[in-house]
Design a protein around this ligand. Structure first.
Ligand SMILES: [Zn+2]
Length: 463
């Protein structure tokens, strides 16, 4: 289990939560890639490193809400046809296949290879997840054993010939759903066979491992079919959804922290969105990035551009068939500048749901609790954590979350601003990060929605 976690730490620079995670995601992805009959062509079109990175991107749904370095996992998880996070086990996982399959094809046809490969992550993850015995069998006990008692180094399907699931998008989608149904049956049967063995007082792991391996191998075969199909259909030369090309040059204030974060460009009300690739960080105070869309349908588009530490940018553009257009969108500094909170004033809303981007809402008794996206914090840095309050009913809590270190249990550190105890409109507290805390979230609670309780919130590296 730890080995897979380490792989992700090395590449994404973070620790994977392995509770309830099908251990061998990367090994299954690698086994599937190895047998692709069109591997050389795919490598040439997408780039070898982008393709290899699928072994990390297949973890994306296990990182919901998190900053993974140059992007947030949610940049690829939350899409117009699936704007909320969903469960990873049967039956809830069933809703993921159609939207992520269609969006993976769309990304291959309209985005850069880097972004297209990232967008494959959720599809690959959920296909692999349903092949894990305790994900296939509903309400399955012994979840951890049944998905981790497997020798990942044995996962190889050399000699397997991946099948094309269909010659058109619709045919392939129907083929995918059927293939998934059979995989669920296959792995459910393995769960039922392994359960009596793992439920014994001193279970013999060596008896269970071969059963879980059968599921891992079948999952790799299905993953190979899915990848072969999306690459065949998605990289086929010929018309995409349209024939227009749009380049968006974004400039934004350089950030003291999180400056590797790319800007997100969304064509509002359409399925199209992407991330910039960084162009330059050499100038004194500006960060420059470039986003590209190809094969867009002709039409009029409203763009929203966002990067942490800047105010959201807007623009309109009209594209004709076959036209290639380039536009520039300068983003102004956030107020206060250098703010690490994603969408700190709730004005960014790019998905067809009521909740502003990257805030999640839960209830706690009579209160609503609004939680921000996770920010990475650096040990030794003091952060100015503040809020502009609208209501005395608001409580704003800044929570430094423990770094996940094996064998060490650390409590979160909480600092709160209580609207009832201050008559100042702008209120600020300080929080110094230590070695044991690596991320921070903001929670806003009260009996009303956050945009009615506060105007905005900020976390700024001070010294
Ligand atoms: Zn999962």
């Amino acid at each position: 289990m730890l080995r897979y976690a380490c792989l992700a730490v090395g590449i994404l620079g973070l620790v994977v939560g392995t509770a309830h995670a099908w251990g061998p995601h990367p090994q299954i992805t690698r086994a599937a890639l190895e047998v692709l009959p069109n591997l050389e062509e795919v490598k040439e079109k997408l780039g070898e490193s982008n393709l290899a990175a699928l072994q990390e991107y297949c973890w994306l749904p296990d990182h919901r809400g998190r900053d993974l370095g140059s992007f947030y996992a949610d940049d690829f998880l939350l899409i117009p046809d699936l704007p909320r996070h969903v469960g990873h086990v049967m039956p809830s996982v069933k809703v993921t296949f159609e939207p992520y399959f269609r969006h993976a094809l769309l990304a291959l046809r309209t985005e850069t290879p880097t972004n297209a490969c990232r967008q494959l992550g959720p599809l690959v993850h959920f296909v692999e997840d349903v092949g894990a015995p305790p994900h296939a069998k509903e309400n399955c006990p012994h979840h951890g054993e049944l998905e981790n008692w497997v020798k990942a180094e044995l996962i190889s399907i050399k000699g397997y010939q991946p099948k094309l699931l269909g010659h058109t998008d619709e045919e392939a989608l129907a083929g995918l759903l059927k293939r998934i149904e059979r995989l669920v049956e296959f792995s459910k049967e393995r769960a039922e066979r392994a359960l009596p063995l793992v439920s014994q007082p001193n279970p013999d792991r060596s008896q269970v491992e071969p059963i879980i391996l059968e599921s891992a191998l079948e999952t790799a075969r299905v993953t190979a079919d899915v990848l072969y199909t999306v690459f065949t259909l998605g990289l086929k030369p010929g018309p995409g959804p349209g024939s227009a090309h749009l380049t968006v040059l974004v400039s934004a204030p350089k950030l003291m922290e999180n400056n590797d974060q790319e800007a997100r460009v969304v064509l509002l009300g359409s399925p199209y969105s992407t991330l910039t690739q960084v162009q330059s960080t050499n100038t004194t105070d500006q960060w420059l990035g470039k986003a590209e869309f190809h094969n867009l349908p002709a039409g009029a588009y409203e763009l929203a551009v966002y990067r942490p530490g800047a105010l959201p940018g807007k623009a309109s553009v009209t594209l004709a068939d076959g036209e290639a257009k380039q536009i520039e969108i300068p983003l102004l500094p956030s107020d206060p500048p250098q703010n690490l909170v994603y969408n700190p004033d709730f004005t960014l809303r790019t998905l067809p749901i009521e909740t502003p981007d990257r805030w999640t809402v839960t209830t706690n008794g009579p209160n609503k609790v609004w939680t921000s996206a996770t920010m990475v914090i650096k040990p030794g840095t003091t952060y100015r954590c503040g809020a502009a309050l609208k209501s005395s009913n608001a409580t704003v809590t800044f929570i430094a979350q423990p770094a996940q270190k094996p064998g060490k249990t650390v409590a979160p550190v909480r600092v709160s601003i209580n609207g009832a105890q201050t008559d100042q409109k702008h209120y600020e507290v300080e929080l110094t990060a230590d070695e044991d805390h690596s991320t921070l979230v903001v929670q806003i609670s009260g009996t009303d929605d956050a945009p009615n309780l506060i105007e905005k919130v900020w976390v700024i590296p001070a010294r």
